[in-house]
Ligand binder design. Structure first.
Ligand SMILES: [Zn+2]
Length: 313
């Protein structure tokens, strides 16, 4: 547990993340949606539990095994049988913490769309190599490979969960989930609320905005649940679309990070900055912001363990 202790003692980290379980405001009888925001990774990834009368469905897992253990314990305490874990996309912060949950519920089916299964299968090793120096034994050494999620809906008891695949946004492949009875849209990393999103994979704000527009097919939506950041009303989607417009205008191809990142930080002064400095990294992961010319006034707001990356050679 020492790595967890180290990670959670960084003051900037503590201000950035919060660990909580929040019940949805509008809940029909017998159906609840709970959010688990990671405590230990430093990036506050959200995962979601849909609770029926006797059964539950989980959407995404946390990144680190410590958070997976905490969530597994809470799922046990909820007293429902976990039937499925559905994944929104193949980034490690949304599936690497699966193992403790699967151990707690040996009959659970972990499911994802085929391209997401392929990404997890082919990219696990490189992600592990990249992140192991930071997270050590908090990462699993082998992935839980999902089974195939087919069709366009699945049921928790009598409650329908609809889903739809996205055009390229944060990742090449991703799925969003909509629960009509709750008017709830679970976006995964299609939405980063109150923080700069992670562009390092595709860096394509136009396609990302198109994906945001496409989920408006789900209606009505009272609550939008993002992959990172607080949930909110439909305005969360609108704000994400606006961000894409601004990013497209400011971070045009060829404009270096050191020029556009301070402008984005100024345009969105209340957004958590972390992912802004990871954007346009060498494929994925951390680029040391100092060597890239990010001003000290900004780097001083970042958790120290995020400053150890090296500039690309
Ligand atoms: Zn994420």
């Amino acid at each position: 547990m020492s790595i967890l202790k180290n990670l959670i003692t960084f003051p900037a980290l503590i201000t950035f993340i919060s660990a909580h379980l929040v019940a949805c405001a509008a809940e029909p009888e017998g159906l609840q949606l709970e959010v688990y925001t990671a405590q230990f990774s430093g990036i506050g990834e959200n995962s979601f539990t849909l609770l029926g009368e006797n059964e539950a469905i989980q959407i995404d897992s946390p990144w680190l095994l410590g958070d997976g253990e905490v969530l597994a314990e809470r799922l046990k305490n909820n007293g429902r049988e976990l039937t499925h874990i559905l994944l929104t996309h193949g980034h490690p912060d949304h599936y690497m913490g699966l193992a403790p949950i699967v151990e707690a519920f040996p009959n659970v089916q972990v499911l994802a769309r085929q391209p997401v299964i392929d990404e997890i299968s082919t990219q696990f090793q490189s992600k592990w190599v990249h992140w192991e120096p930071m997270y050590g034994s908090q990462l699993p050494t082998t992935p839980v490979i999902p089974g195939l999620l087919v069709g366009d809906n699945i049921f928790l008891e009598e409650n329908e969960i609809q889903f739809m695949d996205l055009q390229p946004a944060e990742t090449m492949n991703a799925t969003v989930f909509y629960i009509p009875a709750l008017e709830a849209l679970i976006t995964g990393d299609l939405v980063f609320a109150q923080m700069h999103p992670y562009f390092a994979d595709l860096n394509n704000p136009a396609s990302w905005k198109g994906a945001l527009e496409s989920v408006q097919v789900f209606s009505p939506v009272s609550t939008v649940y993002p992959g990172h950041g607080p949930f909110g009303g439909p305005e969360v989607l609108t704000e994400a679309m606006n961000y894409m417009d601004v990013y497209q205008e400011v971070a045009q191809p060829g404009v270096p990070l050191r020029e556009f990142a301070p402008i984005m930080a100024e345009r969105f002064p209340n957004y958590a900055p972390m992912f802004l400095w990871w954007t346009r990294g060498p494929g994925f992961g951390i680029v040391g912001p100092g060597p890239l010319g990010v001003p000290e006034s900004i780097t001083s707001t970042l958790p120290p363990h995020l400053l150890q990356g090296q500039a690309p050679q």
